[in-house]
Design a protein around this ligand. Structure first.
Ligand SMILES: *Cc1c(COP(=O)(O)O)cnc(C)c1O
Length: 226
C-alpha cells in the first residue's frame, strides 16, 4: 500500500475508535487532512484513498493547489491558517470552511468576496498566549455578533490551537463550554468545534470535536518552506 493511503487508514481507524469510546456516532466528526507544504501528488494519493476534505494554511498556496487539483470532483478545501485581510481574496472563492477568523475587518473582506454564504469559525486564543492569533474568550461574543450580522458569512462555531507542551484536553473542554454559553447568549446554533491535531485529536474527540485537523499523521513531516 502507498504510504499516505496506509497512514490515512490508520488515522481513520483511530478516529472511529475515539468516537466509539466517546459514545458518539461514527460519522459525527469530519477528518480534515492538513496538506500545507505537502505536494499536490500527496493530496492526489489521499483523494484516491477516499479523503475529500483538505486543509491548507497559507492563502496563496491554497489558491495554487485549488487550481492544480481542480480536476478532482468533490474535493473540499478548508482554510485552517490565520485569515489576513489582504489574503481573503485568495480564500473566499475556493474554501468551504474558514477555520480561523479573529477580527471583523478580514471577515468583512471574506464576506464581500465569497460567492455565497461562506461558513466560518472564530478562533479562540485558548491559552491566552500574547504571541498567538485568536480572540480572547471574553471578546468572543462581540466578534461573533459582528459575524452573524454579515450576510456573506455563516458563522458555524469555534476553533482553537492549544498551547504547545501542555495537556490539551482542558483547553478542548473550555472551548466546548465557551461554545455552549455563546450559543445560548447569541441564540445561534454554533454546531462546529474544530480542535485536535496529530498529537491530540483523540482527546479532542472525547471533548466533542466535530472537525479534527490532522497533517503529520497522514502525510508525514512537512517539507521545509521555500
Ligand atoms: C499545520 C496545522 C495542523 C496540522 O498539524 P499536525 O500536527 O501536522 O497534525 C492543524 N491545524 C492547524 C491550524 C495547522 O496550522
Amino acid at each position: 500500500m502507498d504510504r499516505v493511503t496506509d497512514a490515512l487508514a490508520r488515522v481513520r481507524e483511530r478516529l472511529d475508535a475515539a468516537l466509539a469510546r466517546a459514545g458518539r456516532p461514527p460519522d459525527s466528526a469530519l477528518l480534515v487532512a492538513v496538506s500545507k507544504r505537502q505536494p499536490a501528488s500527496a493530496i492526489r494519493e489521499a483523494y484516491a484513498a477516499g479523503q475529500r476534505d483538505f486543509g491548507e494554511g497559507y492563502a496563496q498556496e491554497l489558491r495554487d493547489k485549488a487550481r492544480e487539483l481542480s480536476d478532482l470532483p468533490g474535493l473540499r478545501w478548508h482554510f485552517v491558517g490565520h485569515l489576513q485581510l489582504n489574503k481573503a481574496k485568495y480564500v473566499a472563492p475556493v474554501a468551504v470552511l474558514v477555520h480561523a477568523v479573529d477580527e471583523t475587518g478580514a471577515a468583512r473582506e471574506l464576506a464581500r468576496r465569497a460567492p455565497g454564504p461562506l461558513r466560518c469559525l472564530v478562533e479562540i486564543n485558548a491559552g491566552s498566549e500574547p504571541q498567538k492569533h485568536g480572540v480572547a474568550p471574553a471578546d468572543a461574543a462581540s466578534l461573533c455578533r459582528d459575524l452573524l450580522a454579515l450576510p456573506g458569512l455563516a458563522l458555524a462555531g469555534l476553533m482553537c490551537l492549544p498551547p504547545a507542551g501542555r495537556p490539551a484536553r482542558p483547553f478542548f473542554a473550555e472551548l466546548r463550554a465557551l461554545r455552549d454559553s455563546l450559543a445560548r447568549e447569541l441564540s445561534a446554533p454554533l454546531p462546529e468545534l474544530s480542535m485536535g491535531m496529530t498529537e491530540d485529536f483523540e482527546e479532542a474527540i472525547a471533548e466533542g470535536a466535530t472537525l479534527v485537523r490532522v497533517g503529520t499523521a497522514i502525510f508525514g513531516p512537512r517539507p521545509r518552506a521555500g
